[in-house]
Design a protein around this ligand. Structure first.
Ligand SMILES: Cc1ncc(COP(=O)(O)O)c(C=O)c1O
Length: 387
């Protein structure tokens, strides 16, 4: 087998020195250089004070957005940074009027709960939420999604890769159907971007959300929102703030006069330290390229499945690599307690009720770590340590 060139990145991630880190679907490992970036934030604040706003801080939500844009196929100035996906989804959904006949929101049954909470919140403004249930809690047949989209649909919300099961949805087909019906699509890329190649412009999605904390190794507090360029001038988010104003420093009272560009999707003061932290991971993912990350991920998730099969564990992820994102889910008795015991043994994974133990190799994962993780699960389960 050819040597794994991506392993050269391991030294850039301190936690890998002592921990089997299979949890990048939740919190990507911290790049060593992120500590330097946070130090740089502190020094800038200390030495430049308020001048820092004019020396880069003001533009940071778009500058970091551009770094993410090149990972997801967006053009410059098409991605803005916020604190998290929940707020990005809220901003996008707040662009619409739900009182007319086109008031339906179709949401996939594998969507992240925050997104659904937001859509249900819009019911008080007249929205009708249609949740397309997953028959098995893990996958969602494309036909069910397509059939739910009709001429009354205004917004279709799809999780590209489902958080619980890592099932990959056919964003292209769903977007085509939505557009035929006159609806717009908001894609949640949180579990895909950085581990699965995504091209928002080729797909034609209208909005996309995600964040730096997981596969992009950018730490918490840096969510992103992509908006299709030609939609931009006609969208007016109700969830807004002074940074979205055409002339923010005129502090005009009354209704907002929106900025003509992506600034119109910002609101108040950005989370500057989180944006400093996010830069390194995004640069590294850009440098490696998601095609290479995906190729390795397919190989290692396949290997994890083989190891779990050999150990007699129930694998709940799709066996077809095309329908499987970066995570492998195995269901063992007392999975939650097993996960806690694994952490005590320096193997980091997580557990989701209704699914099982989620394990995610990333570009920095060594093959031996897959064997170690499955071996430890087996030892814990077979050893009767957890009852
Ligand atoms: C697919 C997906 N969407 C949204 C979220 C929530 O994101 P946030 O905490 O940034 O709102 C998660 C978090 O795990 C997720 O996996």
């Amino acid at each position: 087998m050819s040597p794994d060139a991506l392993l050269s990145w391991r030294k850039e991630f301190p936690i890998l020195e002592h921990t089997t880190y299979l949890i990048s679907h939740s919190l990507g490992a911290m790049p060593r250089r992120a500590a330097g970036a946070l130090q740089q934030f502190a020094e800038t604040w200390a030495s430049r004070g308020i001048r820092a706003w004019e020396e880069g801080w003001w533009e940071m939500p778009l500058a970091i957005g551009d770094l993410i844009g090149s990972i997801i196929g967006a053009g410059p100035g098409q991605v803005v940074m916020h604190q998290n996906v929940s707020i990005c989804q809220w901003i996008a959904a707040s662009c619409f009027d739900w009182k007319g006949p086109r008031n339906k929101i179709v949401t996939d049954g594998l969507n992240f709960p925050s997104n659904d909470y937001i859509y249900h919140g819009l019911e008080r403004q007249g929205a009708r939420v249609c949740r397309v249930a997953s028959p098995d809690g893990m996958t969602l047949p494309l036909e069910l999604m397509l059939a739910a989209i009709d001429e009354q649909t205004q917004l279709v919300s799809v999780s590209h890769v489902a958080f619980r099961s890592s099932f990959v949805q056919d964003l292209a087909a769903i977007t085509r159907r939505a557009h035929e019906a006159g609806a717009l699509v908001i894609a949640d890329l949180y579990q895909s971007a950085g581990t699965l190649p995504v091209d928002v412009r080729a797909l034609g999605v209208d909005f996309a959300t995600g964040g730096a904390v997981k596969w992009l190794c950018g730490g918490p507090g840096a969510g992103y929102l992509y908006v299709r360029a030609d939609l931009l001038p006609r969208l007016e988010p109700a969830a807004t703030g002074w940074m979205a104003h055409r002339h923010p420093f005129e502090f005009e009272p009354g209704p907002i006069d929106f900025a003509p560009d992506a600034y119109r999707f910002l609101n108040g003061t950005p989370s500057v330290p989180a944006l400093y932290a996010a830069r390194s991971g995004c640069e590294i993912v850009n440098q490696i390229g998601v095609e290479a990350i995906r190729a390795k991920s397919i190989r290692q998730t396949q290997r994890l499945i083989e190891l779990a099969d050999e150990a007699g564990m129930r694998v709940r992820s799709c066996r077809d690599a095309r329908a499987r994102g970066g995570v492998v889910v195995v269901d063992v008795p007392n999975g939650e307690e097993v996960t806690r015991e694994l952490a005590r043994r320096e193997v980091l994974v997580d557990y989701r009720p209704g699914a099982g133990i989620r394990m995610a190799p990333h570009f920095y994962t060594a093959d031996e770590e897959l064997e170690r993780a499955i071996g430890e699960i087996r030892a814990i389960v077979d050893g009767g340590l957890i009852r």
